[in-house]
Design a protein around this ligand. Structure first.
Ligand SMILES: [Mn+2]
Length: 242
């Protein structure tokens, strides 16, 4: 069986070196197509994906185009929504044939129980965010926002989710954060072999006895991804093929 790849936090559409990001992602996706069988996106592929019934944000077109090419190359796409793309309706399923996960999920691959969680709200450093999350998930506020014209609504939404260069530094707060360890131990105690998360933008592969915690990092600064195959769970960094 060919390897399965995982990535998260590409943040397409942030306006931050978009052309370079698209080039990197395209060359990585070609590698996935040549060598692998499926790609798992563990959230925040887009910086702000808000899907209306008849419209999607222009800022996401370049990133979406790469997903279409990947799908056409025959790779299975699995998409766990993150906090920047949680407003997806049915386009990923209908148009990309993707399997979409709207909440954390556990999959079984190569004999391993792998728990996928975008990672938002897990750390104790996310306390303020948890309040916001309730607002974002509220069906009423979603419906209300959907009725605002995109030319008015999207700039406001993007300001909230804006992933500018300066904001990258804000993720350094997670560097020595071990407040997620008790949560990880709970997952391991329930039979999970590997926890795969994104959101923190810091690539990490850490062992807890026979269990592992992987943070997928991001494609803003790191171009990091996970490769899983028979007997292999390895966090890697994509080097563009020249
Ligand atoms: Mn995130």
């Amino acid at each position: 069986m060919r390897p399965i790849y995982f990535l998260s936090d590409v943040h397409f559409g942030s306006g931050n070196e978009e052309a370079a990001k698209q080039r990197r992602i395209r060359s990585f996706f070609q590698h996935v197509c040549k060598t692998g069988q499926a790609l798992y996106i563990v959230g925040d592929y887009f910086d702000f994906w808000f899907e209306y019934r008849h419209a999607i944000p222009k800022s996401c077109l370049a990133g979406y185009h790469e997903l279409l090419l990947l799908k056409d190359s025959g790779v299975d796409i699995h998409y766990l929504l993150g906090n920047h793309d949680q407003w997806a309706l049915d386009l990923f399923e209908r148009d990309l044939g993707a399997t979409v996960y709207r909440s954390p999920t556990t999959i079984r691959l190569f004999g391993l129980q792998i728990h996928l969680h975008h990672g938002d709200g897990v750390s104790s450093l996310d306390r303020r965010y948890r309040l916001l999350k309730r607002l974002f998930h509220n069906p009423l506020s979603r419906t209300f926002y959907r009725w605002i014209h995109p030319d008015v609504g999207l700039p406001v939404g993007r300001r909230f989710s804006d992933h500018s260069k300066n904001k990258d530094l804000h993720f350094d707060k997670y560097r020595d954060d071990d407040s997620i360890d008790p949560w990880l131990q709970e997952q391991f105690a329930c039979g999970i072999d590997v926890v795969v998360m994104g959101h923190h933008h810091l690539p990490i592969q850490k062992s807890f006895g026979n269990h592992q915690y992987i943070n997928l990092g991001d494609w803003v600064r790191h171009a990091s991804y996970l490769e899983v195959s028979e007997g292999l769970v390895e966090l890697k960094f994509w080097q563009e093929e020249l």
